[in-house]
Design a protein around this ligand. Sequence first.
Ligand code: SF4
Length: 447
Amino acid sequence: MLTHKGRFDPTRFEDLTVTVDFHCHSACRFCIVQEGMNLFKGVSEDKLRAAVADNARSRRYRRICFTGGEVTLERKLFDYVAIARASGSFEHVRLQTNGRMLADMALARRLLNAGVDEYFVSLHGHDAATQDNISQRPGSFDEAVRGIANLAELGVCLMTNTVICTLNVEHLSRVVDTVQPFRPVRMEFWNYLPMEDYADERDLVAPMSKVAPEVRRALGKIRELGIEGRVKYVPRCLLGDFAEAHDDSQPDVVIAEKFYDAYPQFACLYEAKCEHSDTCLGLHHPYVTKFGWEEGRLQPTPRTRPFVEPEDGLWVGSDRPGEGMADALDHPAWRALVEGVAPRNEARLSAVRLTRRTCSFLFEHGDSSVEVVLSARDDGAPALTRTPSFNIHYRSVAGPAREKLASIVRDAVKTIGERDPGGMVLDRRKGLVGDEAARRRPSGRAD
Ligand code: SF4
């Protein structure tokens, strides 16, 4: 059976990220797209138009996020934003940026007027010495802070991101001090992921003995300030009272499929024992190689459900900055496919789980439960039945009420078949773009 545990998969179903191009005027020491800058091209306008047209039909994504490289350096950015906004199919348009160009208020204003309403700004240090050392560009801290101040003045949705590494791990709560006057709705902290330096020759991977207490301190400050916190790639069980900030998911990305081949794998020794292993990736392999499994530090939460080898990647609900995590049913178009099935069968629909490759509906009847699973229609793959968009099967049958569960499955299959309009997209690919998005590597020959 194909299992996705341990693989980094972008999974936040409702967000679509588009890499406009890979140029940047900073050179962050941990940059995960550094290798990509040489190898990959950005997404072409044709590809973008196709993705936007697809969304206008399927309403699969609520948000489009433009990223790079440094996206504000790209002249075609305004064209891309205009294409997305003209479709009317995205509720939000987000930029992921180092913020430096936004020190120019005129540019910040133009972007807002063009329809960019959310800004995810990287700030990796609390002061110029730390940030500029990481970005390897003197002045980058001052520019980014001016950019953040401009965004605050414009009253947009402002979020910040800090990548945790050995160069800033001791200053995370000071980053909060630096940013908080500008009232971001959310601050995120992403633990560094080596994309090529798996042996950590640059010595950027910090030990959990330092990372965990510093992250908790920063989250404590954020909570007092009423700012939302999010943390990636730090084990959930090390976040203590702040476990709700844990979020190892990522959005769908229009980027070369191969980009994800370089992502490190993750594992946790306690996967089978821990209640949270469905949504917590654990530790990445380069970390384990450097610091070990942390078996004495991790604290698995004993399972209340039997361990089932996960078939799908992680899943989460909508991303709603400033409003906390969405609940497990918050996928209206998909939920509508089975609306009415649960009450007709004295059951409860307790979760709608969307990943790129599947949508599963968890039905519970007393102590019994079953998952009805949709995957992309594939006439060559086994399925209980097929509808215009999907193959359908069921799994995870638990509890004594087998007849009732069978009736729920029959009703769900019939109802989905009647309501599936065709064109609802589930997709097994990670990157959504093929080899054409890769640059040719230089041959190395002088001919
Ligand atoms: S024990 Fe493992 S799976 Fe559970 S929260 Fe900790 S790191 Fe995550």
